[in-house]
Design a protein around this ligand. Structure first.
Ligand code: MG
Ligand code: ZN
Length: 353
């Protein structure tokens, strides 16, 4: 009888899924990985350059398509794109964590924190840059780097931040807010502070891959080891920030190096999530960049022949790859804002809408 009590819930869960009554198993933690400007083709270029393998493709259990348009433009920028993921609202290009009327919108990181979870970001751009900023700052313009850095400093929601942009921050204010500040990848690994801000280097903008070293994968695993101590769970955003920059410059080598760097980090994160069993990993992009197409194989450089049709973002919808409990919710074609609502539902967090 005792055994039956243990077995029965499993039988019921199995039956409800088998009967098509899809009630997804809910994860304790969510890791959202954003490849800035990274369409399917950017990742396929990395897959080709890696000799026909990509961790993201290997692990993906469900794949969806995200429509990326912003509120005021057919083609989004990274501020409106990240605000869609962080708040579930379409806003105008250039706006960080606010509606088009400048009302402050609560972010998923802030909701998670209010519910006792831990949160953080790991990026390869400056921390006040549009994508990470949209999770912890609220400003009408992405260009207000100092104001965004001050917002990030004052926001209690983050436990750990890894990225660049040290010159934009007031380190005394960071220390006052309880942050242990470290500079460099080695120093980050020694940082044992209760709250941490780990700068990759002292530059405004971190170096491109591979020159900056394994900052993204080391930073991601450092953040996970810290955040996973919270029994109530965590929300972590990891960004391959510079894939977009390589594509803006129509620089094939840089685009591929950054996409491989992102996939290396994804490989570590996904292997950890597979072991953990309670973590959903969602990997997507805020938009495509460069209108990239592949025209053949360049045997000399061991990479595809890449043609960029634009030096800007494009309207092309982007893939969403999901792995872990609740992954099946990410199949289908939907607006970028739906990613926020799916994550909030899976974490049992209350939305305003
Ligand atoms: Mg970005
Ligand atoms: Zn861009």
């Amino acid at each position: 009888m005792k055994l039956w009590g243990i077995v029965l819930p499993f039988v019921l869960v199995f039956n409800s899924v088998a009967a098509g009554n899809l009630k997804p198993r809910k994860p304790k933690n969510i890791i959202l990985m954003i490849g800035d400007g990274t369409g399917l083709v950017h990742l396929y270029a990395a897959y080709t350059a890696k000799g026909g393998q990509l961790n993201i493709f290997d692990y993906a259990k469900a794949v969806g398509i995200s429509i990326t348009a912003s509120l005021n433009d057919y083609i989004t920028d990274s501020a409106a794109g990240a605000t869609a993921f962080s708040t579930g609202q379409k806003t105008n290009n250039g706006i960080i964590g606010m509606g088009s009327d400048s009302t402050t919108l609560k972010t998923i990181a802030e909701s998670a924190y209010e519910n006792g979870m831990s949160t953080g970001v790991v990026v390869t751009c400056e921390l006040p840059h549009a994508t990470p900023a949209s999770f912890y700052a609220h400003q009408p313009s992405r260009k207000k780097y100092k104001a965004i850095a001050a917002d990030i400093t004052q926001n209690p929601a983050a436990t750990i931040m890894v990225g660049g942009g040290l010159p934009y921050f007031d380190t005394n204010a960071l220390k006052k807010a309880g942050y242990c500040v470290s500079i460099g990848i080695n120093a980050m690994q020694q940082n044992t502070g209760a709250r941490q801000i780990c700068f990759i280097d002292t530059l405004k903008e971190p170096l491109p891959a591979p020159s900056r070293g394994p900052a993204l994968e080391t930073g991601s695993m450092h953040a996970i080891s810290k955040l996973s101590k919270n029994k109530k769970g965590f929300f972590l955003m990891i960004e391959g920030s510079q894939i977009d920059w390589g594509a803006h410059n129509n620089d094939s080598a840089h685009t591929i190096a950054e996409a491989i760097d992102f996939d290396n980090a994804a490989g570590e994160v996904l292997a950890w999530a597979k072991k953990d069993k309670n973590t959903l990993v969602v990997i997507t992009a805020d938009h495509e960049c460069g209108g990239l197409t592949l025209h053949g194989y360049d045997a000399k450089n061991k990479r595809p022949v890449m043609h960029f049709s634009s030096g800007h973002h494009t309207a092309e919808p982007v893939p969403v790859y999901a792995f872990g409990p609740g992954a099946e919710l990410f199949s289908g074609v939907y607006q970028n804002t739906a990613i926020y609502f799916k994550m909030m539902k899976l974490l049992n967090l209350q939305t305003d809408k």
